[in-house]
Ligand binder design. Structure first.
Ligand code: HAM
Length: 420
């Protein structure tokens, strides 16, 4: 071990486990790529105000968990705690919404940073794959996103997840509800922190995880009873479209989410094998965010799925993804001349698209065969002086153990044929 370790709340992705992470990212992205979403990449840090205005001053994410810093040039920046505000900022900056093709559908994949108390499933550096559909108010778009996330999880073989669904209302009906809820909450006997929260973010108290708080919430006014007709109709249509698509969900009137920009549809994917950090993904509609960050009215909806937690969910369900071996052919040279010849052959194989690797470091036969085994290669190529004198290399099938000489000049073709 060196003097250094990965910083608290972070971990390194290393082979072979890292292959699972890549596969999870790809599995989440696949249905998006197949549904009109274009890839977007934004910087790892942004002007801090984008998040304080976008995600909200009153959220834990902004008030407690942001990695904020000032540069030598005096810019106030923050490592991105989430992707939605950045993606919308980038779309506005590039005028994507003016190209006359709404919604603008984008997907992304990357690292996010939150200064949280680390525990299993909760890290200070984590990874999300996300999707945002910008500039359209259409329940089918909300439904599309939920259906695609469901499809992604199912394609990975996951089954023990649930979809929680709610509507948070809009700028007409939510303020009325907020007032009613505050009235109810102010009469409760709660701690200092919660009391403060009643004033700045009362809805958040609904999904307080503490039993004592939940007990006091019995009889609290529920948003469902305050939704305006337009929000009700919108939500009903999202629900019907999901049902028609065969996607099961649970209505969860206490689902609030930890970011301030949500309006109407909100949802979370929770996995029952993960303990307290059970949310593997979440999202919703954010019709007011564009205006909050200085843009035009652009009703939008999106989600982000956590890659780290999705991998934990796979483990919890005992699912091992079928990842093809990365190396098909492993070359083991015996002697200097063979080293040159086989190295050239490996180069040729690679150029022909065959995944090939080579025994480096002048290992003996035994050590080299161990490396060949570990590589997972289907075939091993062995050659010594006598083979080369005969113009052949030995091709060993690692499954059957059978070894056959093949002519060196024809080796690439012979191997490609066998692998096909
Ligand atoms: P979020 O619910 O804050 O939403 O994060 C989405 C997912 O990222 C979570 O469900 C979880 O799987 C993962 N995640 C969040 N924090 C951590 C952490 N500290 N450690 C490990 N995983 C974590 C958003 O970020 C919104 N931008 C989603 C969205 C997109 N809404 C609309 N569009």
């Amino acid at each position: 071990m060196s003097t250094f370790q990965a910083p608290k709340g972070t971990y390194d992705l290393i082979p072979p486990d890292s292959a699972t992470y890549l596969a999870v990212r790809e599995a989440i992205a696949a249905p998006l790529k197949n549904s009109g979403y274009g890839y977007i990449e934004t910087p790892g840090f942004e002007n801090i105000e984008l998040f304080s205005r976008g995600v909200g001053e009153s959220t834990d994410i902004v008030s407690k968990e942001m990695y904020a810093f000032e540069t030598k040039g005096g810019d106030k920046l923050a490592l991105r705690p989430e992707g939605t505000a950045s993606v919308l900022r980038a779309a506005l900056e590039a005028n994507l919404h003016k190209a006359g093709n709404l919604p603008v559908k984008l997907w992304y994949s990357g690292s996010y940073y939150r200064y949280e108390r680390p525990q299993k499933g909760r890290y200070r550096h984590f990874s999300q794959v996300g999707a945002e559909a910008i500039g359209a108010e259409d329940p089918a778009l909300d439904a599309e996103l939920i259906i695609l996330a469901d499809q992604a999880y199912r394609s990975l073989g996951l089954r023990q997840f649930r979809i929680l669904l709610n509507s948070l209302g809009d700028k007409e009906c939510r303020p009325v509800y907020r007032d009613a809820l505050q009235g109810f909450l102010r009469a409760l006997d709660v701690d200092e922190d919660t009391r403060r929260r009643i004033e700045i973010n009362p809805l958040r108290i609904l999904d307080d995880k503490r039993d004592a708080v939940q007990k006091q919430l019995v009889g609290a006014p529920m948003l469902r009873d305050y939704l305006c007709d337009a929000c009700k109709a919108y939500h009903e249509e999202v629900r019907e479209l999901l049902t028609a698509a065969g996607v099961t969900y649970e209505d969860d009137e206490k689902l609030v989410r930890g970011l301030d920009y949500y309006t109407r549809t909100t949802f979370e994917f929770v996995h029952d094998g993960l303990g307290s950090q059970s949310a593997v993904g979440g999202g919703g509609r954010y019709d007011g965010l564009s205006e909050m960050i200085g843009g035009p009215a652009l009703p939008s909806v999106g989600w982000a799925l956590g890659v780290d937690r999705t991998v934990l969910a796979l483990e919890a369900e005992g699912i091992e993804l079928e990842l093809p071996a990365t190396t098909s052919v492993f070359a083991v040279p015996l002697g200097e001349e063979a080293r040159r010849v086989l190295f050239a052959l490996v180069t040729e194989l690679r150029r022909a698209g065959v995944a090939a690797d080579f025994s480096y470091g002048g290992k003996g036969l035994k050590g080299a065969m161990k490396s060949a085994n570990r590589s997972g290669a289907r075939y091993t190529l062995v050659a010594g002086e006598r083979d080369l004198a005969e113009g052949v290399v030995q091709l060993k099938d690692m499954e059957s153990g059978e070894q056959t000489p093949v002519a060196l000049v024809d080796a690439v073709n012979a191997i490609r044929e066998r692998l096909a």
